[in-house]
Write a protein that binds this ligand. Structure first.
Ligand SMILES: Cc1ncc(COP(=O)(O)O)c(C=O)c1O
Length: 364
């Protein structure tokens, strides 16, 4: 294990594993007629890591935060940049200046982008979002997509690249042959109306990969926006029961330091009210147990249940903002204050860890 002088917690990112995963996913997509965009927001677009996506073949990087897109541009990143959250009207000048394209669902916003792009002498690419039932962004009525597409065609500084959808984020809707087939049929209706073929039919994110792996992706889907499957690769096999051959599941690891080890009762003593977050957790009385306190908490991880200890006999029993509490009674090794324990991270923990100023990110 690499030892770090100075500040823990450390979030260690393996460059070789990320690059290998990015290459495998890129090749999987390309061999199925899909040009994927690499989504870098999960690791806060750390430029050194974003660069690995490009080395792996990705031509476009996507991010939901314009601030991160601006940072990538200022690092002179050699890729097209796509804003994958519907733009705020207040960020349009920066959007046009720094991003090449964006996902959109509001005609008024698209008109503002058009005006700004004309002022800056640019053409901005637009992917119109259709909501197929997940109920986050996008036109819910397919006729509205067609109407918007026809309207955009007459704008002088906008290029309608195509249409897309997002699934599995709010409504937990699974991408399927049916809903992505519906997207393809909608694309064909748009094409009929505008009299040309769309460049992009964007069929979602990492959660659409199971369809691809199982050979069920509708053939006209030619674009996906992939982050998670490259950078954590934990959630897909675990939550979606999808094996991803050759993909490293552990390109990132959290390392946190032990600050206290004590034998304590497992059931709190006194009147139980609420915890630091106003919740009423259930405590199990297992008698006296050996516990370790680590200097990392919900503030860094969002939710410590999205961490998975790498050590046998180590169990997460709770956390406050700053303290992770482990039951280490069954840990076979010797554990002392100052030791460092390792954790795999699921997607949500990864985004918090990468966003936290208090967590040192190290690319190895
Ligand atoms: C619109 C959109 N597309 C694609 C992605 C990438 O998702 P994933 O990292 O699960 O592949 C996201 C995630 O933030 C998103 O919001």
């Amino acid at each position: 294990m690499i030892e770090y002088e100075g500040q823990y917690p450390v979030y260690e990112i393996s460059a070789s594993k990320i690059k290998s995963n990015a290459q495998k996913i890129y090749e999987l997509c390309k061999s199925n007629g899909i040009e994927p965009a690499g989504v870098v927001k999960g690791f806060s677009a750390i430029p050194q890591v974003a660069e690995l996506f490009i080395e792996a073949g990705f031509k476009t990087l996507g991010d939901s935060r314009l601030k991160e897109i601006v940072r990538l541009r200022s690092c002179n990143i050699k890729a097209d940049l796509m804003l994958i959250r519907i733009p705020m009207p207040s960020e349009i000048p920066e959007l046009v200046r720094y991003a090449d394209s964006s996902l959109n669902s509001e005609i008024a916003t698209i008109r503002l982008i058009n005006e700004e792009a004309r002022l800056q002498g640019k053409i901005h690419g637009i992917v119109l979002m259709a909501d197929l039932g997940d109920l986050r962004e996008g036109f819910f009525d397919s006729n509205e997509v067609i109407k918007a597409a026809k309207g955009i065609e007459s704008l002088d500084s906008i290029r309608l690249l195509g249409i897309g959808t997002n699934l599995g984020c709010y409504g937990s809707i699974k991408p399927s042959e049916e809903n992505l087939g519906e997207l393809c049929r909608l694309a064909e209706r748009v094409e009929e109306q505008i009299g040309r073929r769309l460049e992009v039919i964007s069929g979602g994110a990492s959660t659409s990969l199971p369809l691809l792996i199982n050979g069920k992706m509708p053939p006209r889907i030619n674009h996906l926006r992939i982050g998670e499957a490259i950078i954590t690769a934990k959630d897909l096999p675990y939550l979606w029961n999808v094996e991803m051959p050759g993909i490293y599941r552990d390109p990132m690891v959290l390392k946190a330091q032990v600050i206290e080890i004590k034998q304590k009762p497992s059931f709190p003593v006194g009147e139980i009210f609420v915890d630091a977050f106003g919740n009423k957790p259930i405590y199990k009385n297992r008698g006296m147990r050996k516990r370790a306190l680590l200097a990392v908490g919900h503030k860094d991880t969002g939710d410590v249940t999205k961490l998975k200890p790498r050590h046998e006999g180590v169990e997460i029993i709770g956390s406050s903002s700053d303290h992770l509490i482990l039951d280490v009674e069954d840990y076979k090794g010797e554990l002392n204050v100052g030791d460092v324990l390792e954790f795999d991270t699921f997607y949500s923990a990864m985004i918090f860890l990468c966003s936290s100023d208090c967590v040192r990110k190290v690319v190895v």
